[in-house]
Design a protein. Structure first.
Length: 230
């Protein structure tokens, strides 16, 4: 068994990445898949643990050691490269890769949740986006529906497509619901040539977010290779 890893990023921080990632995990789990959440880098940790990483673990009743799910846990709730500098450490690609490698052969799917937005720095010379591209993970974009989301979403999609695969996007209706919300969603539908995996309603709980997703496009088997005529 080798897991397929999907990386969940957002148009910004605070747009519902954790809610969406947990909904993906719960949805896949309900379909009989063996799944695991993964939070490679987290800033804003108390006693060495991050609330988002714990939520991912709870979504699957995970029994893995915490350090394997969140290998880089930084105390301050600021940009990861700054949190690492303040903690007199550095984010190591070796540590991130080792944690993922320890999981990949035991699950069908790994849902990796990013820190902040797509291009957040992980160090002075590299970004989260560059690392995900190096890992060759397809990306799911969570669009927080609020004023400015069209620009943020389309810029992020352009950047993702420039670097790695783009598996689809999830619309998350943030409170208070923005004006012309449905029209904004339709605008994004017309301009993003990737599946809309679901629209998470305002104030959706865990089950509501899970049920809002349609993962057929992710789960369908790849097309069979063409057979050449002799």
């Amino acid at each position: 068994m080798t897991a397929k890893t999907l990386f969940v990023t957002g148009t910004d921080t605070g747009v519902g990445k954790t809610l969406a990632a947990c909904a993906l995990l719960r949805n896949l789990r309900a379909q009989g898949k063996k799944v695991c959440g993964f939070k490679p880098v987290a800033s804003g940790c108390e006693n060495g643990k991050n609330a988002d990483a714990l939520a991912l673990m709870q979504a699957t009743d995970c029994t893995e050691p915490y350090e394997r799910i969140n290998p880089v846990a930084l105390p301050e709730a600021i940009a990861p490269h700054l949190a690492a500098a303040h903690a007199h450490t550095a984010i190591s690609t070796d540590a991130l890769r080792a944690a993922h490698d320890a999981l990949v052969n035991r699950y069908d799917w790994i849902i990796a949740e990013g820190a902040g937005g797509w291009l957040v720095p992980y160090g002075d010379t590299w970004t989260q986006a560059e690392w995900v591209a190096e890992m060759e993970w397809p990306v799911i974009l969570v669009v927080g529906l609020r004023l400015g989301c069209l620009n943020h979403a389309l810029l992020t999609v352009e950047s993702i497509r420039h670097r790695t695969g783009f598996a689809g996007w999830i619309a998350n209706v943030l409170p208070p619901q923005m004006a012309a919300c449905e029209e904004n969603i339709e605008t994004l539908r017309q301009r993003i040539s990737a599946p809309l995996l679901g629209i998470i309603p305002e104030h959706a709980g865990e089950s509501g977010a899970r049920d809002a997703l349609d993962l057929k496009s992710l789960l369908k088997p790849p097309p069979a290779p063409a057979v050449l005529e002799p």
